[in-house]
Design a binder for this molecule. Structure first.
Ligand SMILES: [Fe+2]
Ligand SMILES: [Fe+2]
Length: 201
Protein backbone atom coordinates (compact mmCIF):
# COMPACT_ATOMS: atom_id res chain seq x y z
CA UNK A 1 0.00 0.00 0.00
CA UNK A 2 1.18 3.53 -0.70
CA UNK A 3 2.10 5.54 2.39
CA UNK A 4 -0.48 8.25 1.70
CA UNK A 5 -3.27 5.70 1.30
CA UNK A 6 -2.19 3.95 4.48
CA UNK A 7 -2.10 7.22 6.45
CA UNK A 8 -5.57 8.19 5.19
CA UNK A 9 -6.90 4.91 6.58
CA UNK A 10 -5.01 5.31 9.85
CA UNK A 11 -6.33 8.82 10.58
CA UNK A 12 -9.91 7.83 9.69
CA UNK A 13 -10.21 5.94 12.99
CA UNK A 14 -9.27 7.59 16.31
CA UNK A 15 -8.15 4.38 18.01
CA UNK A 16 -5.92 3.42 15.08
CA UNK A 17 -4.63 6.98 14.83
CA UNK A 18 -3.82 7.07 18.56
CA UNK A 19 -1.93 3.79 18.34
CA UNK A 20 -0.03 5.08 15.30
CA UNK A 21 0.98 8.25 17.18
CA UNK A 22 2.08 6.10 20.12
CA UNK A 23 4.09 3.91 17.72
CA UNK A 24 5.85 6.91 16.18
CA UNK A 25 6.48 8.17 19.72
CA UNK A 26 8.11 4.84 20.57
CA UNK A 27 10.31 5.00 17.48
CA UNK A 28 11.40 8.57 18.30
CA UNK A 29 12.15 7.40 21.84
CA UNK A 30 14.26 4.51 20.54
CA UNK A 31 16.11 6.98 18.28
CA UNK A 32 16.71 9.34 21.20
CA UNK A 33 18.04 6.51 23.37
CA UNK A 34 20.31 5.40 20.52
CA UNK A 35 21.89 8.86 20.35
CA UNK A 36 22.40 8.98 24.13
CA UNK A 37 23.80 5.44 24.20
CA UNK A 38 26.46 6.44 21.68
CA UNK A 39 27.61 9.56 23.48
CA UNK A 40 31.30 9.68 24.28
CA UNK A 41 33.23 12.57 25.83
CA UNK A 42 34.83 13.47 22.49
CA UNK A 43 31.55 13.29 20.53
CA UNK A 44 29.10 14.94 22.96
CA UNK A 45 29.00 18.26 21.14
CA UNK A 46 26.34 20.97 21.16
CA UNK A 47 24.95 19.38 17.98
CA UNK A 48 24.67 15.89 19.48
CA UNK A 49 23.06 17.16 22.71
CA UNK A 50 20.57 19.20 20.67
CA UNK A 51 19.77 16.21 18.51
CA UNK A 52 19.13 13.92 21.50
CA UNK A 53 16.98 16.57 23.21
CA UNK A 54 14.88 17.08 20.06
CA UNK A 55 14.29 13.35 19.51
CA UNK A 56 13.14 13.03 23.13
CA UNK A 57 10.85 16.01 22.56
CA UNK A 58 9.39 14.34 19.45
CA UNK A 59 8.56 11.22 21.47
CA UNK A 60 6.82 13.35 24.09
CA UNK A 61 5.11 15.64 21.55
CA UNK A 62 3.64 12.71 19.58
CA UNK A 63 2.36 11.19 22.81
CA UNK A 64 0.76 14.53 23.67
CA UNK A 65 -1.00 14.67 20.28
CA UNK A 66 -3.04 11.59 21.30
CA UNK A 67 -4.90 13.95 23.65
CA UNK A 68 -6.39 15.71 20.61
CA UNK A 69 -8.25 12.53 19.62
CA UNK A 70 -11.43 11.15 21.15
CA UNK A 71 -9.82 7.80 22.01
CA UNK A 72 -8.15 7.63 25.41
CA UNK A 73 -5.98 5.20 27.34
CA UNK A 74 -2.56 4.68 25.74
CA UNK A 75 -0.42 5.03 28.85
CA UNK A 76 2.79 3.38 27.68
CA UNK A 77 4.45 1.40 24.88
CA UNK A 78 2.90 -1.99 25.72
CA UNK A 79 1.98 -3.90 22.50
CA UNK A 80 -1.78 -3.33 22.94
CA UNK A 81 -1.27 0.42 22.63
CA UNK A 82 0.79 0.25 19.44
CA UNK A 83 0.24 -0.48 15.76
CA UNK A 84 2.17 -3.51 14.41
CA UNK A 85 4.20 -3.52 17.67
CA UNK A 86 6.68 -6.23 16.78
CA UNK A 87 7.43 -4.92 13.30
CA UNK A 88 7.68 -1.31 14.50
CA UNK A 89 10.44 -2.16 17.00
CA UNK A 90 12.06 -4.80 14.81
CA UNK A 91 12.46 -2.31 11.94
CA UNK A 92 14.95 -0.22 13.96
CA UNK A 93 16.73 -3.13 15.66
CA UNK A 94 17.11 -4.99 12.39
CA UNK A 95 18.49 -1.89 10.68
CA UNK A 96 21.10 -1.72 13.45
CA UNK A 97 22.03 -5.37 12.91
CA UNK A 98 22.40 -5.23 9.15
CA UNK A 99 24.32 -1.94 9.32
CA UNK A 100 26.74 -3.45 11.83
CA UNK A 101 27.19 -6.50 9.62
CA UNK A 102 27.82 -4.24 6.60
CA UNK A 103 30.46 -2.23 8.48
CA UNK A 104 32.18 -5.35 9.82
CA UNK A 105 32.48 -6.80 6.32
CA UNK A 106 32.98 -3.69 4.17
CA UNK A 107 35.14 -1.57 6.48
CA UNK A 108 36.43 -4.24 8.85
CA UNK A 109 35.36 -2.18 11.85
CA UNK A 110 34.88 -3.61 15.33
CA UNK A 111 34.26 -2.53 18.92
CA UNK A 112 33.56 1.12 19.69
CA UNK A 113 34.42 2.27 16.15
CA UNK A 114 31.85 -0.15 14.72
CA UNK A 115 29.20 0.96 17.19
CA UNK A 116 29.77 4.63 16.44
CA UNK A 117 29.79 4.15 12.65
CA UNK A 118 26.57 2.10 12.89
CA UNK A 119 24.94 4.85 14.93
CA UNK A 120 25.91 7.46 12.29
CA UNK A 121 24.61 5.46 9.33
CA UNK A 122 21.45 4.12 11.01
CA UNK A 123 20.52 7.58 12.24
CA UNK A 124 21.21 9.03 8.79
CA UNK A 125 18.90 6.47 7.12
CA UNK A 126 16.18 7.14 9.70
CA UNK A 127 16.43 10.89 9.14
CA UNK A 128 16.06 10.39 5.37
CA UNK A 129 12.93 8.35 6.07
CA UNK A 130 11.56 10.85 8.61
CA UNK A 131 11.97 13.62 6.03
CA UNK A 132 9.76 11.60 3.69
CA UNK A 133 7.10 10.39 6.14
CA UNK A 134 6.32 13.46 8.27
CA UNK A 135 5.49 15.88 5.38
CA UNK A 136 3.14 13.29 3.81
CA UNK A 137 1.55 12.67 7.22
CA UNK A 138 1.10 16.41 7.79
CA UNK A 139 -0.50 16.76 4.37
CA UNK A 140 -2.98 13.99 5.22
CA UNK A 141 -3.71 15.68 8.59
CA UNK A 142 -4.41 18.98 6.79
CA UNK A 143 -6.63 17.40 4.18
CA UNK A 144 -8.70 15.52 6.74
CA UNK A 145 -9.00 18.55 9.06
CA UNK A 146 -7.33 16.72 11.95
CA UNK A 147 -6.39 18.61 15.13
CA UNK A 148 -3.20 16.59 15.28
CA UNK A 149 -0.11 18.31 13.89
CA UNK A 150 3.50 17.23 13.33
CA UNK A 151 4.58 20.53 11.77
CA UNK A 152 7.01 21.36 14.58
CA UNK A 153 8.77 18.03 14.06
CA UNK A 154 9.29 18.48 10.31
CA UNK A 155 11.67 21.45 10.57
CA UNK A 156 13.79 19.78 13.24
CA UNK A 157 14.06 16.55 11.24
CA UNK A 158 15.46 18.48 8.29
CA UNK A 159 18.10 19.95 10.58
CA UNK A 160 18.96 16.45 11.84
CA UNK A 161 19.69 15.18 8.36
CA UNK A 162 22.16 18.02 7.85
CA UNK A 163 23.74 17.26 11.22
CA UNK A 164 24.20 13.59 10.37
CA UNK A 165 25.78 14.53 7.01
CA UNK A 166 28.24 16.83 8.82
CA UNK A 167 29.22 13.96 11.15
CA UNK A 168 29.42 11.42 8.32
CA UNK A 169 31.79 13.69 6.37
CA UNK A 170 34.16 13.51 9.35
CA UNK A 171 33.76 9.76 9.50
CA UNK A 172 34.73 8.86 5.93
CA UNK A 173 35.52 10.36 2.53
CA UNK A 174 33.32 7.63 1.06
CA UNK A 175 30.41 8.39 3.36
CA UNK A 176 28.00 8.95 0.46
CA UNK A 177 28.53 5.49 -0.97
CA UNK A 178 28.10 3.83 2.43
CA UNK A 179 25.05 5.96 3.21
CA UNK A 180 23.46 5.00 -0.10
CA UNK A 181 24.06 1.32 0.60
CA UNK A 182 22.49 1.57 4.05
CA UNK A 183 19.50 3.51 2.70
CA UNK A 184 19.00 0.71 0.14
CA UNK A 185 18.99 -1.88 2.94
CA UNK A 186 16.66 0.32 5.00
CA UNK A 187 14.19 0.58 2.10
CA UNK A 188 13.45 -3.16 2.25
CA UNK A 189 12.84 -2.99 6.02
CA UNK A 190 10.65 0.09 5.58
CA UNK A 191 8.48 -1.64 2.97
CA UNK A 192 7.98 -4.59 5.30
CA UNK A 193 7.02 -2.23 8.11
CA UNK A 194 4.46 -0.43 5.90
CA UNK A 195 2.97 -3.79 4.88
CA UNK A 196 2.69 -4.83 8.52
CA UNK A 197 1.01 -1.55 9.46
CA UNK A 198 -1.50 -2.10 6.65
CA UNK A 199 -2.19 -5.63 7.94
CA UNK A 200 -2.81 -4.23 11.43
CA UNK A 201 -5.69 -2.00 10.25
FE1 LIG B 1 12.55 12.78 15.44
FE1 LIG C 1 15.49 13.24 13.78
Amino acid sequence: MELEQLLLQIVSNDDTHARFLNTLSLQENIGARKISANERPETSTYMVLKHAAEEHRHAFYLKKQIGKLSSTGYPNYEPDYLLAPYSSKYYLNKLDLITSRYLRHQLELSGTALKFAAYLLVTYAIEVRADEIYPIYQDVLNRTGSKVSVRSIILEEQGHLEEMIAQLKNFSEDWEMHAENIVALETTLYKNWINDLALAL
